[in-house]
Design a protein around this ligand. Structure first.
Ligand code: ADP
Ligand code: MG
Length: 643
């Protein structure tokens, strides 16, 4: 007797349903897609008990003709594609023709539909694969699909359903995913007869986002839109301070379909590198539109992944779009001490903002406002005696690395003349129209200068933070974090033009190395050369440093090399070259930057603050922590109840 048998069609459908229908949210997704494909302008979703008792999706779309009703619920029956050619020219959300058939095999399904221009509707009911109807049924134009008792005949699946509340929130997420891409369609959601969402149609994506995630998030989004090489990219990007603990907030769409894509996820991470901390993830809404033959959606039963014709191109276009948006905005987080009255209750509060608020509160607790030391003596400006580590960062990029390299062994504080030469050459002159006052931010960011501000408008507190008046209010700057970012960007600019200038050491410094360190030095010779670090073997367990980057003239050479080799040994060869460079520049910047606890002169404070506006990504240090917090006068007025 044959061991192989053809499966009963009912069982085949159940197997297919297993792929497409995992939980009530999957039913909601498929039904919404059908309604959108039918050209609906209004869609109502009703759930009972998280959808396990009832899911009803009603639309005002074009409806299903009476003769098509039995076919609509048949497996592999669709009105959306007819030929293989159509499969590569898909302009609808559905095309597999198996959603309704799958639902019919695992639930009690009922469809009522009345096509436009018909006087009457029709009803069809399916129970365990058997159809009743279609029969006449009074109904408004459009289609209403009811799925009751999901998985009543698949106990294993039913057992896996979670609490109604959890299932309902999964369903809500599916509605959000589609509703964000179709703001022109009205959506309503009720759960156990309670209205949860009511989203009127709108022309603005931002407004739709506010409908789900609150006005606070929607308002802070930065916009980007461009058509290039057959790809339209529209993006709404939250500034780094609004980053979340998961990538769930990275919404990606292709031709109105919500998708996930590893390479675009990577582009987002790359664009936000050094702007968010390593365990936080940017909030982005990215809408891509391109010709349907540029990709294939027929790779996953739930159509959530696509295969691109040229994935690399798409990835780099998205990366460029995100970078451009981030670099053209001032990303300094505004401290909002007053609660935002418009914040909606179910919109998760921006954790970045919460932290900022907490940081200010902690800070104010520590500072005694009557402290005498806070009063500030304004010295003359501009002036000499800038510490080279800060003064050096004032040089225009083209001049960096040129001119006489400073003596690495010299203590800048003991050679005020040498330092002042650097300072004078590099300080932007207030009267010089060619002075680099242009901001890298698209918006005119105010450049602080001694002439524009009262002399006592800046100060250093606790030898760690800089406080400065701005036209909008006051900023508090973490001096180490900001200087680190300034140096990082300067180093990066230099390294993009070629290896960093190396200063030969007349007397090479030697250091003992462990086997992994020695291996890292061998393996990453090219990288070290690009960084301006020249090493040579010096006996069995030692290396000699023959050259060291000019830019790091105030850094302890052997300690730095040892640390760098440790870092390279740790990250290994698995990391991409960019991330190794990032790690190395990051270390260089960190070592060379002023530290918390370093007392700065007023000139140094001014120099740092001026650079804030001339440096890319100056809102965050290379590890993604904020460099600057801003408190607006508006907010102060609220706090002091002046307004
Ligand atoms: P697919 O969407 O892949 O075609 P489905 O099983 O989801 O497969 O639907 C089968 C067919 O039923 C669709 O091709 C469409 O013609 C019709 N249909 C389903 N839902 C609706 C609806 N809400 N309005 C109009 N037609 C619908
Ligand atoms: Mg469908």
């Amino acid at each position: 007797m044959s061991r192989i048998r053809k499966l009963d069609p009912n069982l085949v459908n159940k197997i297919a349903a297993g792929e497409v229908i995992e939980r009530p949210a999957s039913v909601v997704k498929e039904l919404l897609e059908n309604a959108l494909d039918a050209g609906a302008s209004r869609i109502d979703v009703a759930l009972a008990d998280g959808g396990s008792r009832l899911i009803r999706v009603s639309d005002d779309g074009r409806g299903i003709a009476p003769e098509d009703l039995p076919l609509a619920v048949a497996p592999h029956a669709t009105s959306k594609i007819y030929t293989t050619g159509d499969l590569f020219n898909i302009r609808t959300l559905g095309f597999r023709g198996e959603a309704l058939a799958s639902m019919a095999s695992v639930s009690h399904l009922r469809i009522v539909s009345r096509p436009k221009a018909q006087i009457e509707g029709r009803e069809i009911i399916l129970t365990d694969g058997r159809a009743e109807g279609p029969r006449p049924y009074p109904a408004p134009e459009g289609t209403s699909v009811e799925v009751r008792n999901l998985f009543f005949n698949v106990p294993a699946r039913r057992k896996f359903l979670r609490r109604p509340q959890t299932e309902c929130s999964h369903a809500t997420e599916q509605i959000a995913r589609l509703a964000l891409a179709h703001p022109e369609v009205a959506f309503r959601l009720t759960h156990n007869d309670r209205l949860l969402r009511n989203l009127p149609p709108t022309r603005h994506r931002r407004e739709r986002i506010a409908g789900f995630y609150g006005a606070e998030l929607a308002e802070c989004l930065l916009e980007f839109a461009r058509d290039e090489r057959g790809l339209r990219i529209e993006a709404l990007i939250a500034p780094p301070a609004a980053a979340r603990a998961s990538t769930k907030w990275q919404y990606l769409y292709l031709n109105g379909r919500y998708i996930t894509d590893r390479r675009i996820g990577y582009a987002i991470r790359e664009a936000f590198r050094g702007l968010v901390e390593h365990d936080r993830f940017a909030v982005t809404f990215i809408f891509l539109t391109t010709r349907p033959d540029e990709f294939d959606v027929n790779v996953h039963p739930t159509k959530i992944e696509v295969r691109w014709r040229d994935a690399g191109l798409i990835q780099s276009q998205v990366l460029a779009a995100l970078r451009e948006t981030l670099l053209s905005h001032d990303l300094t987080p505004k401290l909002r001490t007053a609660p935002d009255a418009r914040g909606t209750t179910d919109a998760p509060d921006s954790i970045g903002r919460q932290r900022a608020r907490q940081a200010l509160a902690d800070y104010l607790k520590r500072v005694d406002p009557t402290q005498r030391r806070l009063s500030f003596q304004p010295p003359p400006f501009p002036t000499h005696r800038l510490r080279p580590s800060i003064a050096g960062t004032l040089k225009a990029p083209s001049t960096v690395g040129q001119g006489p390299p400073p003596d690495p062994n010299a203590d800048p504080h003991r050679h005020p003349q040498a330092a002042s030469a650097v300072a004078n050459q590099s300080m932007p002159d207030a009267d010089d129209p060619a002075a680099p006052v242009a901001s890298p931010h698209g918006e005119a960011a105010p450049v602080l200068s001694a002439e524009q501000l009262p002399a006592n408008a800046v100060m250093q507190i606790h030898s760690t933070y800089l406080v400065a008046q701005t036209p909008e209010g006051v900023i508090i700057v973490d001096q180490h974090a900001l200087h680190e970012r300034i140096l990082y960007e300067r180093f990066r600019e230099c390294i993009l033009q070629g290896p960093l200038e190396s200063q030969g050491l007349l007397l090479p410094e030697t250091l003992e190395v462990s086997p992994p360190q020695a291996e890292a030095a061998r393996q990453h010779g090219d990288l070290l050369h690009r960084l301006g670090i020249e090493l040579a073997e010096f006996g069995p367990n030692a290396l000699a440093v023959r050259g060291f980057p000019v830019l790091l003239h105030n850094v302890e050479i052997t300690a730095f090399v040892a640390d760098l080799l440790d870092r390279l040994a740790e990250t290994g060869s698995a990391d991409s070259p960019e991330s190794l460079i990032h790690a190395a520049l990051d270390m260089m910047a960190c070592k060379a930057a002023v530290k918390a606890g370093d007392a700065l002169t007023t000139e140094e404070i001014y120099a740092l603050l001026e650079q804030r506006h001339l440096t890319l990504r100056s809102s965050n240090c290379p590890h993604g922590r904020p460099t600057t917090l801003e408190l607006t006068t508006e907010d102060l007025e609220k706090q002091f109840k002046r307004s």
